[in-house]
Design a binder for this molecule. Structure first.
Ligand SMILES: CC(C)(COP(=O)(O)OP(=O)(O)OC[C@H]1O[C@@H](n2cnc3c(N)ncnc32)[C@H](O)[C@@H]1OP(=O)(O)O)[C@@H](O)C(=O)NCCC(=O)NCCS
Length: 145
């Protein structure tokens, strides 16, 4: 793989650059202040740089024993398809090793990407969303009938 530098821990990460990465990937609008909070509260974080440019990121919340939750995994389009996304997931899985379960929810369309990395569908996963209508529109939640 090309020369990528990996960084763990969010200290020193340019949150404007991280926000831009999510916009471009695309993984939505994530303002820098919100990223400071969620990355600051995540036990495991990783960032990938190509020649000092941020091209990949991901994080996992974890309670240290029972459950870890992987979120905000994205790779810059210029660097997608080179194995970087899979490597980010593998690093987060490795960091969270020992937890009884490591979970995530996939962006619709990316399920096979996670399936190949060992994730199985959860039969009873449910969630409370701040904006459930939007989550239904985006295919993340199933409307109750
Ligand atoms: C999804 C994403 C992180 C994958 O990163 P990537 O670096 O392009 O993926 P990789 O190169 O590591 O791909 C690994 C494998 O998954 C496959 N794959 C990649 N993206 C995929 C997708 N969106 N859907 C299904 N399979 C995918 C690749 O073909 C590859 O298969 P192979 O091992 O047979 O070659 C990246 O496309 C991305 O940032 N997308 C936008 C944001 C997003 O959807 N993030 C996921 C949030 S749940």
């Amino acid at each position: 793989m090309a020369d990528y530098a990996w960084r763990y821990g969010h200290e020193g990460v340019d949150l404007e650059e991280l926000s831009r990465l999510y916009r471009i990937a695309p993984l939505g609008h994530k303002p820098p202040e919100a990223l400071a909070t969620v990355f600051g509260n995540s036990r495991y974080t990783c960032f990938v740089y190509a020649a000092d440019v941020l091209v990949g990121a991901g994080r996992a919340l974890a309670d240290g024993g029972d459950c870890a939750y992987i979120a905000d995994v994205a790779v810059h389009p210029d660097h997608q398809g080179r194995g970087l996304g899979a490597d980010i997931i593998r690093k987060l899985l490795e960091s969270a090793r020992g937890h009884k379960k490591i979970i995530l929810y996939a962006n619709p369309g990316t399920e096979s990407f996670y399936r190949r990395l060992g994730f199985l569908h959860m039969n009873t996963a449910m969630g409370v969303w701040a904006d459930p209508e939007r989550a239904v529109e985006n295919g993340l939640l199933r409307p109750e009938t």
